[in-house]
Structures are given as structure tokens and as C-alpha cells.
Design a protein around this ligand. Structure first.
Ligand code: CTP
Length: 396
């Protein structure tokens, strides 16, 4: 798994630089992409080769590399999802506070639009000097995040405040920062997905061709945005559900109804993608039905409509339904939006090539309750999930 986040680490010339390889390992082990910039002074405490091997990337030390190629600090700054400067020395801090740009680390800092997190490390008196305190306040006012130095034994032999935060603390601070940026952190979501199986006898059922792919893609995307996701999943052979998702496996329409209604009251958003059976056998034969010369008639009774029930019960919840049609797609979808009291409906056609059940792609039109339509091209179900969730987020 790739976390898809780019971590840029700027290393200044302080003894605590010897701990930076540990920090790099922590990120790399979790599949973050790591690049480093070293100041000249840092070379006394940590080697370029060590950091290059650990990060699996060339380490930047100057505006030009050994072959006279320009290291584009603007591109580097753009690449970074976060810029960590650790250890931050009094010298680099003073330059950051005053916009001085006499090395590639500072040029990158000034070019960086992503968040900068600093972990200062200094001796006791230096850390308490009014100029250091002022400079820290100044860079804080520039919206940089500061991981305060810790108290402990310092390189000078003194004991006090000034030790760089431990690599684990810098790592966790950064992860918490990423988490705090997630737009759906405080939201609880319910997604249902997949088909339902309605038993006829112990070995047979009435089902449909839904794979669960669309709903799982939506649940996964919600989860990647920090939401607390519950997925009520009918029989599906998909195994790509994100590990943070609470999965409730069900089989029949009635089980899906019970599981969904139990959760519904406590969720902020419900997205019903499941292909719920509209009819179920009136009775389930206890034994396997034996073949005879006569035709077999099954009596089917209506199941409960989960989405319509949610529409009746909803108070503050945002409700999204799906409409899979073979004809009059938009018209039928609009009717369902009104009849089931939805905020959004996602219409797709079972007749459209590459759309609907079982495929890896889908082509959808989203309709909101003010009749506004959003049309999308045929694309992978993962990208369709993003379109649906992003449209929904713009509306709430
Ligand atoms: N739905 C549901 N419970 C049911 C049937 C459908 O929650 N018993 C939901 C589906 O999950 C979907 C929406 O209702 O979000 C529309 O489902 P669809 O099968 O397209 O329509 P139906 O309401 O079943 O009507 P019809 O089959 O006649 O088109």
C-alpha cells in the first residue's frame, strides 16, 4: 500500500541530526515517499549516503548537484505534502523568521505552500534566549507548526529544555497533522452494497448480479477522507474493503434491513448502493425441494424498502440512493428521489456498455433534490466513487 503522501525533511546542523535516519525509516516503513535536503553544517552529524539509501532518493545538498544540474527547489516544494525541518537550529530559525535565503533548504522553505513542521533543537540557554523565543513566535505567526523541544540531557552536558522531539514524536505529530486535514473526520457514514440472496430452500436462492464493487469503492473513499464508515455488505466476493471500515455481512434483504436500520439513527450520511431484492419467497422450504414432473410455482412476497424507510425516518441525515434502470433512466431516477425522500440519486443504466452490475467501470448522472443534474463520463468505479462523494460534500 502506498500512502501517497510526500514527506520532505530538511536537516540542519545540530547533533540531533543523528536521529533523522530513524525518522526516515518510520516514514518509509509506512510507505510514505521521503526526500531530504541537508544544510552544509548537517554533514558533520549525519551522512548523505545513509539518508539517500534509507529514503531511496537522492539527497539534495545544494542548488546544483555534482553534475551541475539545477535542483529545482520550487518543484521540490510543490512535491512535498509536508515539509519537516528537524533538527531546527537557532541559525536556520532566525533566517526563516526573516526571509533570508542563503541555501537550498531556505529557498525550498520560502517556496513551500504545504505545511512546514519544525522540531527545534538547541542548547538550554540558546532555546531560552529572547531572540529564539521571538523567532519561534514569528514563524508560528507564518502558520508553521512547532513541535516543542523536550527536556532532558543536552549535548553540552546541561540538563533542561532544548532536546529535539524524538523521531517517533515527530512521526506521530505529522500523522496527526494529516489526519486533522481530513474533511470528513467527524462524520459517521452508512453504505450498503452488494446483492441480497433470498433463500428458496437450504441450497437455492434468488439473487442478482451485483458485485458490491460500487458500494465498496464509495465506502473506501469515505474512509480515506477520515470518516467513520459502516458497510452493510450482501454476499460479495470482493476483498478490497479498507481495514478501517466496520463491515457487517448480511445475506437476505431482511437481514440487510435490520442491520441498516440499527445503524441509521447514528449516521450523518447514508448511501444505499445495494441491489436489494424486491421480492422474497413467502416460505423457505426446510428441506431441498425435490424435482417432480410438475412445474414449480414460487409465491413471492414484497421485501421492505430500506431506502424508503430511511427517507421516512430521516431527520438531519443526508440520504443518497441509486437507480439502476434499463429504460427512462433519468425519469425513473427522479421519481425515486421524490418517492423515497432523498437528497441525491445516482442514476445509471444497465444497458450502457461498461456501466451497472459486475463491471469495473460505471457511467452515472447525479440528480439532486432541486433537480440539478451532474453528468459524468464512463470511468473506473473508484473514480466514480470520488465524483459521488465530492458532489455530496459540496452540497452539505
Ligand atoms: N432499495 C432499498 N430496498 C429495497 C429496494 C431498493 O433500499 N427493497 C434501494 C436501492 O439500494 C437503491 C434504490 O432503492 O438505492 C433504488 O433501487 P432500485 O432497485 O433501482 O429501485 P426499486 O425501488 O427497487 O424499484 P424498481 O426495482 O421497480 O426500479
Amino acid at each position: 500500500m502506498n500512502n501517497n503522501k510526500n514527506i520532505l525533511i530538511g536537516v540542519c546542523g545540530g547533533i540531533a541530526a543523528y536521529k533523522i535516519p530513524i525518522l526516515v525509516r518510520l516514514f518509509v516503513k509506512q510507505n510514505y515517499n521521503v526526500k531530504l535536503i541537508l544544510t552544509k553544517a548537517s554533514h558533520d552529524f549525519v551522512t548523505e549516503k545513509t539518508l539517500s539509501v534509507l529514503s531511496k532518493n537522492q539527497v539534495i545538498t545544494d542548488f546544483f548537484d555534482n553534475n551541475n544540474n539545477w535542483n529545482n527547489h520550487v518543484q521540490l516544494a510543490e512535491w512535498a505534502d509536508v515539509f519537516i525541518i528537524a533538527p531546527l537550529t537557532a541559525n536556520t530559525l532566525a533566517k526563516m523568521a526573516n526571509g533570508i535565503c542563503d541555501n537550498v533548504l531556505l529557498a525550498t522553505y520560502l517556496s513551500c505552500r504545504s505545511k512546514t513542521i519544525v522540531a527545534p533543537a538547541m542548547d538550554l540557554e540558546m532555546y531560552q534566549h529572547p531572540s529564539t523565543i521571538n523567532n519561534l513566535k514569528t514563524i508560528q505567526s507564518f502558520k508553521n507548526l512547532i513541535i516543542p523541544a523536550q527536556t532532558g540531557e543536552l549535548a553540552s552536558g546541561l540538563v533542561g529544555e532544548g532536546r529535539m522531539a524524538e523521531p517517533e514524536d515527530i512521526f506521530n505529530f505529522t500523522l496527526n497533522y494529516f489526519k486533522s486535514q481530513l474533511p470528513l473526520l467527524s462524520k459517521t457514514i452508512l453504505v450498503n452494497a452488494g446483492p441480497t440472496y433470498e433463500a428458496i430452500d437450504p441450497v437455492r436462492f434468488i439473487g442478482n448480479r451485483s458485485s458490491g464493487k460500487m458500494g465498496i469503492a464509495i465506502a473506501n473513499y469515505f474512509s480515506s477522507l477520515g470518516a467513520n464508515v459502516n458497510l452493510v455488505l450482501g454476499p460479495s466476493n470482493q476483498n478490497n474493503v479498507s481495514k478501517n471500515i466496520n463491515v457487517i455481512n448480511v445475506e437476505s434483504a431482511s437481514e440487510m434491513f435490520t442491520a441498516c436500520m440499527k445503524l441509521f439513527e447514528s449516521v450523518d450520511i447514508a448511501v444505499c448502493t445495494a441491489a436489494v431484492a424486491d421480492y422474497t419467497p413467502e416460505t423457505v422450504n426446510k428441506q431441498k425441494i425435490k424435482k417432480s414432473d410438475k412445474n414449480l410455482n414460487l409465491s413471492l412476497v414484497k421485501t421492505k424498502d430500506i431506502l424508503a424507510e430511511m427517507g421516512l425516518k430521516k431527520s438531519k441525515q443526508f440520504l443518497v440512493g441509486f437507480a439502476l434502470e434499463t429504460e427512462n433512466v433519468i425519469e425513473y431516477a427522479k421519481q425515486k428521489l421524490i418517492n423515497k425522500n432523498l437528497d441525491l440519486i445516482v442514476a445509471n443504466s444497465a444497458k450502457e456498455h461498461g456501466a451497472g452490475f459486475g463491471t469495473d467501470t460505471n457511467k452515472i448522472t447525479i440528480i439532486d433534490k432541486h433537480n440539478k443534474m451532474y453528468n459524468f463520463e464512463l470511468k473506473s468505479k473508484e473514480l466514480v466513487a470520488k465524483d459521488i462523494v465530492n458532489t455530496l460534500m459540496n452540497l452539505i
